[in-house]
Write a new protein. Structure first.
Length: 211
């Protein structure tokens, strides 16, 4: 079974997904994390996708389907939380073709006005080891620059600057918003107001997922 966490960059998908993993036993698949892992390994896939990530543009669907298939193998038999996939109608259709093996039970849209996202994203810091996400003001780590969970070093993503953020939000509007309609038509879409603190949003999410 798959639950999709949808929403614009900075809407809180990654943070909420991490809590759902820790507190509800989900297995998280983040295609963004998987791609960044390939880049830091210097693999062939990593080299082929690096320029897309740095520019804030979407990686071609053909590459993504391979990356997703690999991630799904590791999650076999578990409740899966998808963060950052599907981001295009084609990706939603390919996932739909796998519905016998991987049925989608709901698509939760963390909805927030795009004006609020720039401040969230420019203050974001991410752990280089476990990918946990922080915010310099709203969710700082106990020790500046150090991950609370694993002690890893925090860094700022190369696509978390004002110019790239604008590109990513445009891409989201053009390519990813139609995906929400795809799931509305199938009766799987559910909306949550994401203009909340991480704790408030988690409480709302928990209620929605009934655990
Ligand atoms: P994220 O960590 O989800 O914000 O993703 C970071 C970047 O990875 C995106 O801006 C894209 O370049 C790439 N990416 C992640 N997921 C996808 C996807 N489903 N389709 C295409 N590109 C993706």
């Amino acid at each position: 079974m798959i639950v999709i966490l949808a929403g614009a960059p900075g809407s809180g998908k990654g943070t909420q997904a991490d809590r759902l993993v820790a507190e509800a036993g989900f297995c998280k698949i983040s295609t963004g994390d998987a791609l960044r892992r390939q880049i830091s390994l210097g693999s062939e896939i990593g080299r082929s996708v690096e320029s897309y990530l740095n520019a804030g543009k979407l990686v071609p669907d053909e590459i993504l389907s391979g990356v997703l298939a690999e991630e799904l193998k590791h999650a076999a038999g578990r409740m899966i939380l998808l963060d950052g996939y599907p981001r295009t109608l084609n990706q939603a259709k390919s996932l739909d073709e796998m519905k016998d093996e991987y049925p989608v039970s709901s698509v939760i849209h963390l909805d927030i006005l795009s004006e609020k996202l720039i401040a969230r994203l420019t203050g974001r810091r991410v752990c280089q080891d476990c990918a946990a996400s922080y915010h310099t003001e709203n969710m700082p780590p106990a020790v500046a620059g150090v991950c609370d969970h694993c002690g890893g070093k925090l860094f700022q993503r190369s696509d978390d600057n004002a110019e790239k953020i604008r590109t990513r939000l445009d891409v989201y509007k053009q390519e990813t918003m139609p995906v929400l309609d795809f799931y509305k038509e199938r009766g799987l879409y559910r909306r949550l107001d994401a203009d909340k603190t991480p704790q408030e949003l988690f409480t709302a999410l928990r209620k929605m997922l009934e655990f």
